[in-house]
Ligand binder design. Structure first.
Ligand code: BG6
Length: 287
C-alpha cells in the first residue's frame, strides 16, 4: 500500500521500490525521513521532539510566515517566534492525490490561539509531497490569502540533508552571489568557488540560480532545483559550539553528518493580495 496514515505520521512508499519512502509528521507537516533504496537522505536529531511540544530538529521543517528572529521592524510578524508558526502546529492531512503524492493543509483553525493572535490574517497553506521517482522528491507549498487585507510572508524549506562527512562536502553554484553572513553579520559577495565547511556556517544568499548542487568528494550528491519564487537559499551548519548550545541537537557530533541548504523566499517579505496565491516548488535528486 503506497500511503499509510496513522495518528501522527503519514508514510508514502514509492510504487517503484518498496525501500523508497517518505515519512511526514502531521505536526509541522515535517518530512522526517526520505529513504532512497533503503538509504536515509535526511538528518534527524535523535533528541528531536516528535510529540508536538517543539519544532522538529532535522528533516524538513517548514518556515512560515517569517524567517529568523524578529528584528522589531516589521509589526505584522514581529510578535512571531523565530521561523514562524507553520513548523509548530499540527497540519490537517488532506489526503492522497495519487499513489505517490500527499497533501497537508494549514489554516487559522489549525494554529494555536497564541499564533492566531500573533499573526491575525486569514490564510490557507497547502503542502504537497511527491515521490516523483525512486531518487527524486518534490515539495511544493501554496500560500493563499483568504483575508480582506494584503499580508507579508516569508517561506522556506529548512532541509537538513544527511551527508557522510562534512569535511568532503561542497555546495556549488552560489559563486558571486550577494549574501548575508549571519556569523559575522556582514553583507558579502563570494568571489568564486564552492562553499566548504570548516567552522560554523550560516549565510543567506539572495537571488540564487534555480539549481544548486551539494557535492560529496567532488561528485554531485544532491541536486536541488527550484522555481523562481524560491529565489533565496540559506546554507547552515552549526559546527561544534552551536550544536552544543542546541538542547535538541543529538548526537553533538551530528554536525559532521548534516548540511542545511534551505530554499525559500526570505530576503524580503512577499506581499500577497486578498484572493491571491503564491507557489514555491523544489525538487531534490539524490545522485
Ligand atoms: C537557519 C538559520 O535557517 O536555522 C540559523 O540561518 C538558525 O541562524 C537555524 O540557527 C536553526 O534555527 P532553529 O530556530 O531551528 O534553531
Amino acid at each position: 500500500m503506497p500511503v499509510k496514515v496513522d495518528d501522527t505520521i503519514v508514510t508514502v512508499t514509492s510504487p517503484e521500490s518498496p525501500n523508497t519512502s517518505i515519512e511526514i509528521l502531521k505536526f509541522g507537516a515535517t518530512v522526517l525521513s526520505w529513504k532512497v533504496n533503503g538509504e536515509e537522505k535526511l538528518w534527524l536529531s535523535e533528541h528531536s521532539k516528535l510529540d508536538g511540544s517543539k519544532a522538529v530538529r532535522g528533516g524538513i521543517p517548514l518556515v512560515f510566515p517569517r524567517f529568523g528572529p524578529s528584528k522589531g521592524n516589521h509589526p505584522a510578524t514581529d510578535k512571531l517566534p523565530q521561523h514562524g508558526f507553520a513548523r509548530n502546529n499540527e497540519w490537517e492531512f488532506l489526503g492522497q492525490v495519487d499513489e505517490s503524492t500527499v497533501q497537508f493543509g494549514l489554516s487559522p483553525e489549525e494554529i494555536s490561539k497564541e499564533a492566531q493572535e500573533q499573526w491575525g490574517y486569514d490564510f490557507k497553506l497547502i503542502a504537497t509531497f511527491k515521490l516523483v521517482s525512486v531518487d527524486k522528491l518534490q515539495l511544493s507549498i501554496e500560500v493563499e490569502n483568504l483575508d480582506t487585507k494584503p499580508f507579508d510572508f516569508n517561506f522556506l524549506f529548512h532541509t537538513y540533508f544527511r551527508i557522510p562527512d562534512i569535511k568532503h562536502v561542497q555546495v556549488t553554484n552560489l559563486d558571486n552571489i550577494k549574501y548575508k553572513n549571519q556569523v559575522t553579520n556582514m553583507i558579502e559577495t563570494k568571489v568564486s568557488g564552492p562553499i566548504l565547511f570548516n567552522g560554523e556556517y550560516d549565510s543567506i544568499f539572495e537571488n540564487v540560480p534555480k539549481r544548486i548542487v551539494i557535492d560529496y568528494k567532488s561528485s554531485p550528491y544532491f541536486t536541488i532545483e527550484t522555481n523562481q519564487e524560491l529565489h533565496d537559499a540559506v546554507v547552515w551548519n552549526p559546527w561544534i559550539e552551536k550544536a552544543n548550545s542546541l538542547g535538541d541537537f543529538y548526537p553533538k557530533t551530528g554536525y559532521q553528518h548534516m548540511v542545511c541548504v534551505e530554499n525559500g523566499s526570505v530576503t524580503k517579505f512577499n506581499n500577497l493580495n486578498p484572493g491571491a496565491k503564491w507557489e514555491g516548488v523544489t525538487t531534490f535528486t539524490a545522485n
